[in-house]
Design a protein around this ligand. Structure first.
Ligand code: ADP
Ligand code: MG
Length: 672
């Protein structure tokens, strides 16, 4: 009997060879097949006149069978059916091989809709139609992403018989009351309509249901995580306002309003018995560090230890130095713990700054109450539970990111987190001057760079690729992508032979990477040529020029992050954008970079122009694989979120099928 988990290779028309091809599309089971949605639908419901058909087109005609005859090939004795199809405007010839049964169906004079590709028969000097499909009723054809030797026609052919069994296969996990309140069709019908729509409207209705499912399951999962966490206990930390005021007073600058607001939100969280789970978002240089430091202060004052995780050794060192300085007046013991440097005293230090080396299983803290994570959005619930302290309390968690994630996106991706946003830069910042550099101005840009370096400054050059792509990958656009390696060679040999240039890319060992970064940070290199791997958060006050090759290849949020690598010291800094793509779209995007200095605004612009797939850091941290819904669909996102919260609060167990579906969804996501 057919089941969702049946392997596709046992389906009619699928042998081992086709099964392997299907697997290339990620299709292993009947379920995968059903949820392999068309990438578009060709509406053949408006037939064209035969007279006007162009060779090579995919068309649909409405025509009568004017003549039809069957014969046999001499070799192999194959059946051939040849027919002349006519409409009011003209006639066309169609041929079928080995489908003798058609003689009984396509009777003389009967009228059909034929979908097919127009060809030409040179011998007889007539147009031909290679018929994909014939139907009595107007049809819309689903077109799928194909792979070699596996066509949409084939996919439709193997999906069709399953569709007639959907009622046995699919047990809708959405309860009827939700279907009703959300005005959704049931899942069987949605699947049927998405693959074999009868009219355009069917597609919309099917997409509405399937898109709802995608966002609803994400929301449910987030709500559930949030609810589970809220049943745990964390150390409740009292706020000593005098202490914080004192600290702020002694800072060498005034906090921005956004910093104050964020700090306050965090401190209020710490004051609760349930674990904080908060994301602090703020542009590069917006001053997240000092906000987090205030949380450390509160923790220490409540006799709790804090751990501060940085993504790399260099950043851990940098934080250690800066934070120690900031906390110099407070009596806080700060330790450093990385794989190279384990000087911290995990039992006695109040704050331990380090890398993920701090998460090794055998380490134990005395009274850990706060975890701060830099540049990583998510921290596993299990990882965290593992850091329970005595009394079985779970530490509070503060993640920080410079990736400007638009609100809507954050609601979906981080629905289990509370979010604080620093959307304001310290006032004293010099604006980085951004320019799009035309190809003919390249030489001038190089001269400018020479000048900067002569004055003791340093320069980043970012390239989109590591090496020239493999031969078979080269196409018009790929070919002219700048590669870091080539650029490095060009700059060292031809342009700046007297300067010290370093090369950084993802294929280097992490030790080599760290070594090059260190050299650059110490001023031993003038120019650093790098792919996108260049550290987020690295602070090189002396770097004043960020030059980005192939700027059109990057998302705006990412370009903005690159730009944030300069302008961190007292010097006026510059960002030069190079692009060989003359399109309007690219021009508009790069102009946005020139005119806008706010990461959140840029992220919104990019979300509108390019969709959500392009956010740095998000892809790695699990951008959900949405096939139908869009992460910019604010209305649906909000709706599913509210509904999910309601259901989780009431107790999702009331809906056994939904509970089972969520579990299945969680295991799938987990395996990925
Ligand atoms: P990020 O948010 O990228 O982590 P940092 O916390 O490293 O930014 O801050 C960048 C720099 O700005 C640091 O040198 C910090 O001391 C300084 N800074 C932070 N807040 C302010 C402020 N309100 N006014 C002026 N300078 C500030
Ligand atoms: Mg930072």
């Amino acid at each position: 009997m057919l089941e969702l988990k049946t392997q596709v290779q046992y389906l009619n028309g699928v042998g081992p060879i086709m099964a392997e091809k299907l697997q290339r599309l990620g299709i292993k089971t009947v379920r995968d097949l059903l949820f392999y949605f068309p990438k578009r639908w060709d509406d053949f419901s408006k037939p064209q006149e035969i007279r006007k058909l162009q060779i090579g087109q995919d068309v649909i005609i409405k025509a009568k069978v004017f003549q039809i005859k069957q014969s046999r090939t001499r070799r192999k004795w194959m059946s051939i059916i040849e027919a002349i199809l006519t409409d009011d405007s003209g006639q066309i010839k169609a041929i079928w091989f080995n489908q003798a049964f058609l003689m009984k169906i396509l009777t003389l004079g009967s009228e059909w809709l034929f979908a097919g590709r127009v060809g030409f028969d040179r011998n007889q000097n007539v147009k031909t139609l290679n018929v994909f499909q014939y139907e009595k009723d107007p049809i819309i054809l689903s077109i799928y992403a194909e792979t070699a030797g596996l066509t949409s026609k084939y996919l439709r052919k193997i999906i069709k018989p399953i569709i007639s069994q959907l009622d046995n296969l699919i047990d809708d996990f959405l309860p009827p009351d939700i279907l009703k309140s959300e005005d959704l069709i049931d899942l069987s019908n949605a699947l049927k309509n998405v693959h074999f729509p009868y009219k355009t409207q069917d597609i919309q209705i099917a997409k509405k249901r399937l898109g709802f499912d995608e966002l609803f399951l994400i929301s449910l999962r987030m709500s559930k995580i949030k609810k589970e966490l809220a049943t745990e206990n964390a150390p409740k930390m009292e706020t000593d306002e005098k202490l914080l005021q004192d600290f702020v007073l002694h800072l060498p600058f005034q906090l921005t309003d956004a910093q104050r607001r964020s700090a306050w939100e965090i401190i209020k969280d710490l004051n609760r018995k349930i674990p904080m789970n908060r994301l602090l978002e703020g542009d590069v240089g917006s001053g997240k560090t000092v906000v987090a430091t205030m949380a450390v202060l509160v923790a220490k004052n409540n006799n709790s230890q804090s751990v501060w995780l940085a993504p790399t050794e260099i950043l851990a060192n940098q934080h250690f130095q800066n934070v120690s300085k900031t906390l110099a007046l407070s009596k806080i013991r700060v330790g450093l713990f990385t794989s190279a440097n384990k000087k911290a005293d995990l039992r006695k230090d109040d704050l331990i700054i380090g890398t993920h080396a701090l998460l090794q299983k055998n380490l134990s803290f005395n009274r850990l109450g706060l975890i701060i994570i830099d540049e990583q959005h998510r921290f596993g619930v299990k990882q965290r539970a593992h850091l329970r302290n005595q009394g079985n309390l779970i530490p509070h968690l503060l993640s920080m990111t410079a990736t400007p994630i638009p609100r809507t996106l954050a609601l979906t991706l981080y629905g289990d987190l509370d979010i604080s946003i620093i959307d304001e830069m310290p006032r004293n910042r010099k604006k980085i001057i951004t320019r799009v550099v035309k190809p003919e101005e390249r030489q001038k840009a190089y001269e400018f760079i020479k000048d900067q370096i002569k004055n003791g400054r340093q320069v980043f050059v970012i390239c989109p690729l590591i090496e020239a792509k493999e031969k078979n990958m080269i196409n018009l656009f790929e070919a002219d992508r700048k590669s870091a390696v080539q650029e490095f060679e060009k700059l060292s040999r031809n342009i700046f032979p007297d300067l010290k240039i370093g090369l950084l890319h993802g294929k280097l060992q992490s030790k080599e990477k760290a070594e090059i970064m260190r050299k650059f940070a110490q001023g031993k290199l003038d120019i650093l040529v790098s792919t996108a791997v260049v550290e987020v958060g690295i602070d090189i006050a002396n770097a004043t020029v960020m030059m980005i090759e192939g700027a059109d290849r990057f998302g705006l949020a990412q370009l903005h992050q690159f730009r944030g690598r300069v302008g961190r010291g007292q010097y006026q800094s510059f960002c030069f954008l190079f692009s060989e793509d003359p399109s309007e779209n690219t021009k508009e995007r790069l102009d946005a970079m020139v005119n806008c200095n706010n990461g959140f605004q840029l992220a919104e612009i990019d979300l509108q122009m390019r969709g959500p797939g392009e956010f740095v850091g998000i892809r790695q941290s699990g951008l959900p694989d949405l096939k139908i819904a869009s992460l910019s669909d604010i209305v649906l996102i909000k709706r599913t979120r509210i509904l999910a919260e309601k259901i989780v609060t009431q107790g999702i167990e009331k809906y056994p099928k939904l509970t089972a579906k969520l579990k299945e969804y969680e295991t799938q996501r987990h395996l990925e």
